[in-house]
Design a protein around this ligand. Structure first.
Ligand SMILES: NC(=O)c1ccc[n+]([C@@H]2O[C@H](COP(=O)([O-])OP(=O)(O)OC[C@H]3O[C@@H](n4cnc5c(N)ncnc54)[C@H](OP(=O)(O)O)[C@@H]3O)[C@@H](O)[C@H]2O)c1
Length: 284
């Protein structure tokens, strides 16, 4: 469950489908999203800032909306999460803007890009050093109260910020989205706080990110060896390891090919022994 919604144990991260230098053509992206939905995935993660160029803000949101509209299943059963608070620079970089007036404008633009009257789950994308955190989160609360957002999330937040957000958002806070993977394990404290305050923890770049995901089994030998023993991919082992860490973890592996997400989704059925989990936890 994420808030009042039943979602799949694994979500689809849509970012690779709008990343310059990586993105496939639109037909392949739509096939990838349809493959995920047909396989039972009911959470798609996007953001206004997932775009190949700063001139095309909302590219990924529009792609997700187009794929949902052309899917044969029940689109209302799918939770689409999006985010506001990052802006893309002309050089392809990422800047931050958490001023309430900007977040309100960004949310309106996301509503339009997604073609909905309210957003199922809206994340504050990343703390902005220029704006007090409680002011940024207060803007998200305003969006919930205005009915533009059904449930709220925070991303790239530390334990203290999670508690500030809980204080402001109360039951409207349903998720935190932070990086967590074999190569980035320092989110353990945030996973513990998510467990304590009973919100979902969406792990971003759960396979190590677009540039490293394919090397997971060689970069992290334990994952490769345990995968070989089970006859599955190291990526499946990685996702199963995360699912076993906490019932609140919802990994959102990115994909730009149907094959990737169809392999990843099988992690839901992969059971690892305590011994294997101990080895993966120790990283050796
Ligand atoms: N909140 C934040 O600040 C933040 C930051 C970064 C990302 N995110 C979210 O997290 C999502 C995931 O992160 P990510 O996309 O950066 O990295 P990732 O999920 O660690 O890796 C994505 C790459 O893994 C490959 N892949 C996926 N499943 C695979 C499998 N079973 N076997 C082999 N390769 C596989 C995909 O390849 P193909 O492309 O070839 O299919 C994809 O390019 C993003 O899409 C985005 O929604 C959020």
């Amino acid at each position: 469950m994420i808030g009042s919604r039943q979602v799949s144990a694994i979500g689809l991260g849509a970012m690779p489908m709008s990343t310059a230098g990586h993105m496939p053509d639109e037909a392949q992206s739509i096939r990838t999203i349809h493959a995920a939905l047909d396989a039972g995935i009911r959470l798609i993660d996007t953001a206004d800032a997932y775009t190949p160029s700063h001139t095309d803000v909302g590219h990924n949101e529009r792609l997700v909306a187009k794929a949902l509209a052309s899917w044969g299943g029940d689109a209302d059963s799918v939770l689409v999460s999006t985010k506001g608070g990052h802006v893309r620079t002309p050089s392809g970089g990422w800047a931050r803007d958490s001023r309430p007036e900007y977040l309100f404008q960004a949310c309106d633009r996301s509503l339009k890009a997604l073609g909905v009257e309210s957003i199922g789950l809206y994340f504050h994308h990343r703390p902005d050093p220029e704006v007090p955190y409680e002011v940024a989160v207060g803007a998200i609360k305003d969006l919930v109260q205005a009915g533009k957002v059904q449930a709220a999330g925070i991303s790239n937040a530390n334990p203290e910020q999670m508690r500030v957000a809980l204080e402001i958002l109360g039951d409207d806070l349903v998720a935190v989205q932070n990086e967590f993977s074999p190569r980035f394990r320092t989110s353990e404290p945030e996973i513990d706080v998510a467990d304590e305050i009973d919100i979902a923890f969406l792990s971003w770049s759960p396979l190590g990110g677009m540039g490293s995901a394919s090397d997971l089994g060689s970069d992290h030998a334990a994952f490769g060896e345990i995968a070989a023993a089970h006859g599955v991919s190291p990526q499946q082992v990685c996702l199963a390891w995360q699912l076993a860490r906490s019932p609140r973890i919802v990994p959102i592996p990115g994909a730009s090919r149907p094959e990737s997400i169809l392999d990843s989704v099988q992690a839901v059925d992969l059971e690892l022994t305590d011994e294997e989990l101990g080895r993966l936890n120790s990283g050796k």
